[in-house]
Write a protein that binds this ligand. Structure first.
Ligand code: ATP
Length: 217
């Protein structure tokens, strides 16, 4: 049998702010498939797209605070460090070049991101670089938008956890993670409306957001 390369999980997002939805599904997924570390990759949003409310520095700070003392998560600032916004495929190319062709990589997304995947830059190449690890999310369809896209998904699905660890890339795994009804946009709206966000994100992040007066204007 060939040597195995334990699955390395990556989790990209705007994290405006990071919240308990990200943390809970990440933790549950890791427990389910036996992942020891999840690398969080806050993204650099292209100027033509709606900008996050928090600055890049503030989004990084919130991620750092959220994962402080939690050995499952690690922050990777590479997307923010680039002078030009990068697509996920560029980041995956980068990480693949660093880790070599044998390393198994899993990119974590929510069900909403799976449905919008066909809008991602060079989306059909993503599976050349990683597996997609899809977490459930309440309120989103289970089926892809068109029969052709559903067929693409069906063709790439795996339920085999060992396969995720033993092959570098190429499949989609629909994880049995809990439905967590939390979104960053809801948190921002609640802040704007002066509503409490207790239990939606870690206490240390709420405290820091308060200290900055973030998401109030
Ligand atoms: P917004 O509400 O502003 O769109 P968001 O809550 O979706 O933000 P992002 O940082 O954009 O947060 O999400 C990063 C990734 O995490 C995406 O793939 C998204 O699908 C996933 N994700 C976010 N929240 C959840 C959740 N509650 N359950 C499962 N996946 C989630």
């Amino acid at each position: 049998m060939s040597e195995t390369h334990e699955l390395q999980a990556l989790f990209g997002g705007t994290f405006d702010p990071i919240h308990n939805g990200h943390l809970t599904v990440g933790q549950e997924l890791a427990a389910q498939i036996g992942v020891k570390e999840i690398i969080l990759l806050p993204n650099n949003v292209p100027p033509h797209r709606p900008q996050p409310e928090a600055s890049p520095e503030q989004r990084l700070k919130m991620v750092s605070l959220a994962i402080a003392g939690n050995p499952l998560f690690r922050l990777d600032c590479r997307e923010m460090a680039r002078t030009i916004p990068s697509w996920t495929i560029d980041t995956l190319e980068d990480i693949r070049a660093e880790k070599g062709p044998e390393q198994s990589l899993g990119f974590i997304i929510g069900q909403d991101s799976l449905l919008s995947l066909p809008h991602w830059h060079r989306w059909q190449e993503l599976l050349n670089y990683c597996h997609l690890l899809v977490c459930k999310r309440p309120g989103y369809a289970n089926q892809m938008e068109t029969p052709a896209l559903q067929n693409w998904l069906d063709t790439h699905l795996t339920r085999d956890i060992a396969h995720l660890h033993n092959t570098p890339a190429g499949t989609v795994f629909l994880a049995d993670t809990p439905l967590v009804e939390i979104s960053a946009s809801d948190i921002r709206q609640r802040r704007h409306a002066g509503l409490s966000c207790a239990d939606l994100l870690p206490a240390q992040v709420i405290k820091w957001i308060d200290s900055q007066g973030l998401y109030l204007a």
